[in-house]
Design a protein around this ligand. Sequence first.
Ligand code: ZN
Length: 290
Amino acid sequence: MSYTRYVMFVVLAAGLAAAAAVLHLRTEGTSLIYYKDKAIVLVYHDIRQMPASEEAGASTLGADRLEDHLMMLESRGFQIISMDAFAGFMLEGRSIPPNAVILTFDDGYESFYSDAFPILKRFGATASNFIVGISSDLFNPDAEPHLTWEQMRELKAHGMGIYSHTYNLHRMVPADRTGSEEPALTARMHLEQKRRSETEPEYRRRIFSDLTFLEKRFEQELGRDRSLLAFPFGSYDELVLEEGAKAGIELFFSVEEGINVPGSRIVKRINAGEPYMTSDYLWNRLTAFF
Ligand SMILES: [Zn+2]
């Protein structure tokens, strides 16, 4: 081999080695296992196309930010799994891939269909929405638009999940206990006409009938599915869990932050939906849990 040829060979070999190293790093990057037999559930609320100048409300994330989150999850090797796979993991011991992430959205805003759904489809990702039944049944021109049953049928046909955020308990009610407004799911309501607090049996019946009514509406409009509940305002107590279980609720979604392991009926969720939450922010937040 002449000297020139030898140099060329060395350069080529070094180049190949460098390329192989880069390739190795790439595969390494996506095959990293942060956690196994555990799952992270993210919670979002409203997603909207927003010009940078527009002041975003609390719990509203720009559509571009959602896209950044999905890109980060994909490039860092997280696996977005369906709600069904997650419920099977939590309740029936079914296995899930490492670095499993579940996407959830609360409150049933129409923006889930108009703004989030197209992005989710592009990434081949599934997500679930916890809707407030009455907001989809009764149109309120004064409120932010909510999902229609027709839109929900289309979402479900594309693998998205629709679950309960109560039928009509996503509100504050006057409570005797403290003399102030409390979440309707956990408050002992002050009964105006009877001039007293509701009794425990009355309270239990109010909760049970609300939860079973929305499950009935789901069955009528969307067909049978698992019964899952996200607590409005994250508020719950033992009685809610008891009445929920009676109403057939299998998993309860809280806003306590953490990572999930099978056996618990209360699901922890990490908030990813505030306007300032960039993909770097989310990544740093996630690393606190594994
Ligand atoms: Zn809510």
